[in-house]
Write a protein that binds this ligand. Sequence first.
Ligand SMILES: Nc1ncnc2c1ncn2[C@@H]1O[C@H](COP(=O)(O)OS(=O)(=O)O)[C@@H](OP(=O)(O)O)[C@H]1O
Ligand SMILES: Nc1ncnc2c1ncn2[C@@H]1O[C@H](COP(=O)(O)OP(=O)(O)O)[C@@H](O)[C@H]1O
Length: 215
Amino acid sequence: MSDVTVDAYKVGESTNIKWHEGAVDRETRERALGQRGCVLWFTGLSGSGKSTVAYTLEHELFKRGKIAQVLDGDNIRHGLNSNLGFTAEDREENIRRIGEVSKLYADSGMITLVSFISPYKRDRLRVRERVGDRFVEVYMKIPLSVCEDRDPKGLYKAARAGKIKGFTGIDDPYEEPENAEIEMEVAKEDGVLAPPREMAEKIIEYLDKKGFLKA
Ligand SMILES: Nc1ncnc2c1ncn2[C@@H]1O[C@H](COP(=O)(O)OS(=O)(=O)O)[C@@H](OP(=O)(O)O)[C@H]1O
Ligand SMILES: Nc1ncnc2c1ncn2[C@@H]1O[C@H](COP(=O)(O)OP(=O)(O)O)[C@@H](O)[C@H]1O
């Protein structure tokens, strides 16, 4: 180690660290699993159906012998990210951390379903760049009025009453994706919203077409 400069081992604030390659690479792992690791990034307002569709998809994939794992904002905020709130800085750190975790999952061959509001374009773009071409953005393009009518946790009501400050869509921003690979929205013809299982099927078709369901 003494012949190596300290700078060569500096990443961010960490010094004297070195990257180790394992003997089993991602492709080998993927062949064993019969699928390709990827990150499906569900973004959208609270109540837009991110968790419902992600968990439905996880189950539908499992029934087809494919292994997926949901990383859900509410759940992750109970543990790994329990020290973060909802300021722009905390949301940024929330997305950075879970972006890194999702990359690790995808590297292990997992079909990784990430369900976070992730309201800022820049934060989502950073994860896209980190993960690369295995990143698939799924935009739950559900109007605020629909989410607010659903209000399963009563949070919109509390936000409208001023009991929650900085609630996304009410008094905090949501920056819509412009080029999401997949969009879920009410049908233009009849204004009907597909049930979660149909949405999951649409995503499975996409994964199949892109070759993620075999290795
Ligand atoms: N101020 C504020 N704004 C938005 N959401 C709030 C807020 N306070 C609490 N909650 C609850 O936290 C859930 C969102 O957490 P996320 O980690 O997905 O948020 S973010 O990506 O960091 O913006 C979100 O869950 P979902 O409804 O599943 O999206 C809410 O239940
Ligand atoms: N496609 C859908 N059609 C009708 N209701 C839905 C659909 N997807 C989700 N929901 C309902 O909307 C509410 C919010 O869904 P949820 O998955 O908790 O949203 P999010 O994770 O984005 O906050 C739940 O009550 C859920 O049953």
